[in-house]
Design a protein around this ligand. Structure first.
Ligand SMILES: [Fe+2]
Length: 446
């Protein structure tokens, strides 16, 4: 073997190793099915978070700070996995190299907070539509631009609504098209019909563009989402003919939900990109009097008349369409599924002692600012490495300022000890915190 060839071989192996390691938390589309088969085996109860539309305001501008808060909270909540519904970057006007840098910047930021929470992605128009930037996207997130996986008792179908512009025919834009990404036997629409037949307790569809647009519900000349009603209905009819629990989308930078039959259609575009409407829409939403609970009235003095105005739309927002930064926590529990919208800063972790890898005891105050009890599985402590392990307990302060230990059944638990070198380890703890309350988590090296 020639020397130069040997060097090249060693370098290639090294690059392969480094790249595998560097993107361990991103589950590429090409390996998603295998990943889910291994990680989800036998699970009937698990959680996942959906977020997306995290892009900056405009080209060459930094990632929104609010995304970092969401990522930090994803790390604390520590769901089984995360789904991103696309538009992580600006993309438009980017060279392939610029797109790659921006995507790596996003991944890098995510890894700071939640490297051990797997993330799966569907591409948005901003990742793959302009120019050749799909060439930056695919090495990082996988070659397959549509894919499916079965995690435990649930089947996930990741649909592409935004193929690269040059793959589209005249008149096509955002929508449900029968295009093959070169990685499948079947083109996408045909493939979708097939994968909808997969049997599972729950079926979730994920796609960037929503089937029910809040911003251009009647389509029109320049619809914000699906190009035509006919094309939207083609996909919608397939979904309505199958037993789909929910469709998760983004693209429109608002939070919006419709329910048709037994299927929820979520638009979760509050990931940090500029918001499209007024915060609440009009007033008198849900006056508590039927039959029209969703009645909205408008006054220009309040919330700009509840109006959303942009290139694609100029309308009163439908009832319930909110312009708030947010992400969704989904809990699958046997045959039940629940969906909770979380806004950033709904929880907080403050280290009040130790957590420096030196002190034998560390304490973190975990605050739950939601009205519901919540379990956080990613409270981490940097501790000195201890051969004999660690002990953990929780304390609380009641409204009479009395401090007490958290009862056995709600006590924090050590989930993982990761030795990082001969002297230090990261201890990951789960803690359940009642709504509107705080718990101190104490970790001691034995
Ligand atoms: Fe989008």
């Amino acid at each position: 073997m020639k020397r130069s060839f040997k060097i090249l071989l060693v370098l290639s192996i090294l690059v392969l190793f480094v790249s595998t390691w560097a993107f361990a938390g991103i589950v590429k589309s090409d390996v998603a099915a295998q990943w889910a088969k291994n990680e989800g085996a036998g699970k009937t109860s698990f959680t996942f978070i959906v977020f997306g539309d995290n892009r900056p305001t405009s080209p060459a501008r930094p990632m929104p700070e609010v995304v970092k808060v969401m990522m930090r909270e994803i790390g604390y909540i520590h769901p089984d996995f995360v789904i991103n519904t696309g538009d992580m970057i600006i993309g438009y006007t980017d060279t392939v190299e610029q797109a790659r840098e921006e995507l790596l910047g996003f991944i890098d930021e995510y890894y700071k907070y939640a490297e051990d929470v797997p993330m799966l992605v569907v591409a948005g128009n901003h990742e793959i539509r302009p120019g050749d930037i799909v060439d930056a996207y695919r090495p990082l997130f996988g070659k397959k631009l549509y894919y499916d996986f079965t995690y435990g008792n649930s089947h996930f179908i990741m649909v592409n609504t935004n193929f690269p512009g040059k793959w589209l025919e005249k008149g096509q834009k955002y929508g449900f098209y029968n295009i093959n990404d070169g990685e499948h036997k079947l083109a996408m629409a045909d493939w979708f019909k097939e994968v909808l037949k997969v049997k599972a307790d729950h079926t979730f569809v994920v796609q960037h563009v929503p089937l029910f647009s809040a911003l251009s519900p009647n389509f029109g000349k320049h619809p914000k989402s699906f190009k035509t009603k006919e094309n939207r209905d083609e996909e919608l009819n397939l979904i309505m003919g199958a037993d789909v629990d929910a469709v998760f989308s983004g693209h429109e930078h608002i939070v919006y939900v419709e329910k048709h039959g037994e299927t929820f259609f979520f638009t979760l575009g509050g990931g940090g990109a500029p918001l499209y409407g007024t915060t609440t829409g009009g007033y008198n939403i849900n006056t508590g009097e039927g039959p029209d609970y969703a009645k909205l009235t408008y006054d220009p003095a309040y919330e700009n008349g509840g109006r959303a105005k942009g290139y694609h739309y100029d309308l009163h927002l439908p009832a319930g369409a909110l312009s708030i930064f947010s992400y969704m926590l989904v809990t699958v529990n046997g045959d039940k599924v629940s969906y909770e919208l979380l806004i950033p800063h709904n929880m907080e972790v403050t280290y009040v002692k130790g957590n420096d890898g030196i002190a034998n005891e560390a304490v973190a105050t975990v605050a739950n600012r939601t009205p519901f009890e919540r379990t956080y599985k990613g409270i981490k402590f940097l501790m000195p490495y201890s051969e004999s392990g660690y002990e953990v307990y929780g304390t609380q302060i009641d409204w009479a300022r009395k401090e007490s230990q958290v009862s056995e059944d709600k006590a924090p638990k050590i989930l993982e000890v990761k030795k990082i070198n001969d002297y230090q380890a990261v201890v990951r703890v789960a803690v359940t915190v009642p709504g509107a309350f705080s718990i101190d988590v104490h970790v001691k090296a034995k």
